[in-house]
Design a protein around this ligand. Structure first.
Ligand code: FAD
Length: 635
């Protein structure tokens, strides 16, 4: 392939968020020549936006905490649909990954006696989130980047070339993965600045591309979360699981319209913020589901006491898992008890009884104070915030081997938000940053080991496949002025509106079917998309390429959402409102068919290991498992 700039690596990491950077570090320290590819500027991944913190059962704030409690909370949060092996590895390894970050130079907030401080978050039994104010993701990214720079300095000392063993290609977007037979052989990219294509030859690729939120109109996600990794992997023959489960964060900004969807961190509630409706009622007490009844306070007084005396009181229901809180807010607004702009109130002002003085608010939630002041002209130390659900996180993703991050395609690995399984039907806040570190490291190691095993027998890139990928990616330029030409922005808007309205927080069969029809229509229309201008910095062109991914991923979400006839975590069916134990042990697996459409099949989950089942009371298991699954256990 003489006419395309070509780079050869052992391991190519697609994505420079927490998962990608941690994977890259691991691949490089395992002796592999590693590239990091990032669609956005280096440092501007989703991870940088993470506010609340990174969950790890270090037991600093409450010595009762340990990996088993964290594991239990994670499984409970995911309504026991989680891949239990991932949840186990995550709970066991998260503390070490946080400590390791400090060895790279991170500095988390401290307790009075100098240990890493931990804060409360929804669904976590104890204060568990290691944090840096409400800017934790920034510290995480900064530190991982610093580690990469230090590895490059080491390489410079040894070879005279900073980029000898680890190089970053930012503003570079992967458009297709390449295979030799059934094995990964490389990937084709374009660069934003030049619009030129690049070829990466590599036997191992780690997907770390993050989420899919840009398929929805109201989202906390930024422009690059178009499900590229999900779609690239699917098209390369890998399977996706759990795509029906999307997390609608309960608290996004609802006003002004230009910022609708921007996240209001859960720390606001973790630190003592309360939710009220237009009648001034703390309504969450009316929404404690049966499965959570014994775990949450039943009066505001008890809930408030919990902040200072957690051992003798139960937590307030504002800290229920996110799916529960988001549905409750949705119901309040629908019942006509919403705020003027269609949300509910979230208040930290005046909550001095739980320690939220003005000074404490400014210290604990500086970004939230700044965000509301700048964007909505609201001073959160004096006034309530107006908030409502926003599409935030995708639980579904590439199906991987828990220990190595290997996808079903040899040479393909995945970690972080683009992988599936770890969080089951609903992710607990704080469990993503820890997921990135734990599974980023594992996927980097998995990829390195795979390359070692391949030895000299490396897959080869085919010229024809490169040409096909390139031709496909420039097709939207067409020859201009065609009749019936479609505009990518219009198609995107229509897709976002349909997904929001028809496959959103509450779903029903007719609407999901309508969405499927709309996706089919948009896919046809997308074949006639035409973009204008040059290839350099051309956002219309980029959107046209992103849409190919968004449409495919949306098809997965809609198809899986129609098949799962129950309500669980981030999938609520108005026409099937009950959680059904028969569905708990089933996964919906998406694959691509020869005609490019998505096929969804049911698959049995691997049963939870006995010693892990023993961590739960029988009375709790009965709420989630079928009788047959629990047969033979002591009640
Ligand atoms: P990302 O950080 O999303 O990075 C993806 C990378 O892939 C980017 O570099 C992107 O440019 C690149 N990429 C995408 N497509 C391509 C392509 N085609 N080619 C090349 N590169 C590509 N979680 C917590 O645990 N705690 C929190 O407090 C928290 N707060 C959050 C606050 C906000 C506002 C948001 C939006 C999320 C928050 N989350 C939090 C969730 C968490 O931040 C994300 O789930 C996590 O950062 C995802 O990390 P990642 O490494 O998987 O991907």
């Amino acid at each position: 392939t003489a006419d395309i700039e070509t780079h050869t690596y052992d391991v190519v990491i697609i994505g420079a968020g927490g998962a990608g950077l941690r994977a890259a570090i691991e691949a490089r320290v395992s002796g592999k020549k590693t590239a990091i590819i990032s669609k956005s500027l280096f440092g501007k991944a989703h991870t940088v936006m993470a506010e609340g913190g990174c969950a790890a059962a270090m037991g600093n704030a409450n010595s009762n905490d340990n990996w088993m409690v964290h594991f239990g909370d994670t499984m409970r949060g995911g309504k026991f649909l989680n891949n239990w092996r991932m949840a186990e590895l995550h709970a066991k390894e998260a503390p070490d990954r946080v400590w390791e970050l400090e060895t790279y130079g991170a500095l988390f907030d401290r307790t009075a006696d100098g240990r890493i401080s931990q804060r409360n978050f929804g669904g976590h039994s104890y204060p568990r989130l290691a944090h840096v104010g409400d800017r934790t993701g920034l510290e995480l990214i900064r530190t991982l980047q610093q580690k990469i720079v230090s590895l490059q300095q080491e390489d410079f000392r040894n070879t005279g070339d900073y980029e000898a063993n680890i190089k970053v290609y930012d503003e570079t977007t992967i458009v297709d993965l390449l295979k030799d037979g059934d094995k990964i052989s490389g990937a084709v990219a374009y660069q934003r600045e030049s619009g030129r294509h690049l070829l990466f030859e590599a036997p191992a690729i780690v997907m770390a591309t993050g989420g899919i939120g840009k398929s929805y109109k109201v989202t906390s996600n930024s422009w690059e979360y178009t499900g590229d990794g999900h779609a690239l992997a699917l098209r390369a023959g890998a399977s996706l699981i759990n795509m029906e489960f999307l997390q609608f964060h309960p608290t996004g900004m609802v006003w002004p319209p230009s910022v609708k969807g921007i996240l209001v961190t859960e720390s606001v509630r973790g630190d003592g913020g309360i939710l009220t409706n237009s009648e001034g009622k703390r309504f969450m007490f009316d929404y404690i589901a049966d499965v959570f009844k014994d775990l949450y306070a039943t009066t505001p007084e008890e809930g408030d006491r919990w902040y200072t005396d957690p051992d003798n009181n139960r937590r307030p229901p504002e800290l229920l898992p996110r799916d529960e809180v988001a549905r409750a807010i949705n119901s309040e607004v629908k019942a006509g008890r919403g705020t003027p702009h269609g949300g509910v109130y979230l208040t930290v002002a005046g909550r001095t009884e739980v320690g939220l003085t003005t000074e404490a608010i400014l210290k604990k939630l500086p970004s939230m104070h700044h965000q509301f002041k700048e964007l909505a002209d609201v001073d959160i130390t004096k006034e309530a915030m107006e908030v409502g659900p926003t599409c935030h996180y995708v639980m579904g993703g590439i199906e991987v081997d828990p220990d190595t991050g290997a996808a079903s395609v040899p040479g393909l690995f995945a970690a972080g938000e683009c992988s599936g399984g770890m969080h089951g039907s609903n992710r607990l806040g704080g469990n993503s940053l820890s997921d990135l570190l734990v599974f980023g490291k594992r996927a980097g190691a998995g990829a390195a080991e795979y390359v070692d095993k391949l030895g000299k027998d490396r897959p080869v890139v085919s010229d024809a496949a490169v040409k096909e990928a390139r031709d496909r990616s420039v097709a939207p330029f067409g020859d201009g002025g065609q009749e019936g030409a479609e505009n990518p922005y219009t198609i995107h808007q229509e897709l976002q509106q349909s997904m929001n309205d028809l496959v959103g927080i509450i779903r029903k069969a007719e609407e999901v079917e309508e969405a499927q029809g709309k996706i089919d229509e948009l896919r046809e229309r997308a074949k006639h998309m035409v973009v204008e201008g040059h290839r350099q910095f051309n956002p219309g062109w980029h959107l046209a390429l992103d849409l190919r991914n968004m449409l495919l991923v949306s098809e997965c979400v809609a198809k899986a959402a129609l098949i799962r006839t129950e309500s669980r975590g981030g999938h609520t069916r108005e026409d099937h409102p009950v959680m059904n134990a028969e569905w708990r042990h089933k996964l919906l697996v998406c694959n691509i068919k020869d005609d490019g459409s998505v096929d969804v099949q049911e698959k049995e989950q691997i049963p939870l290991r006995e010693d892990l089942l023993d961590l739960f009371e029988m009375s709790e298991l009965k709420k989630y498992f079928t009788e047959a699954e629990l047969a033979g256990r002591n009640s």
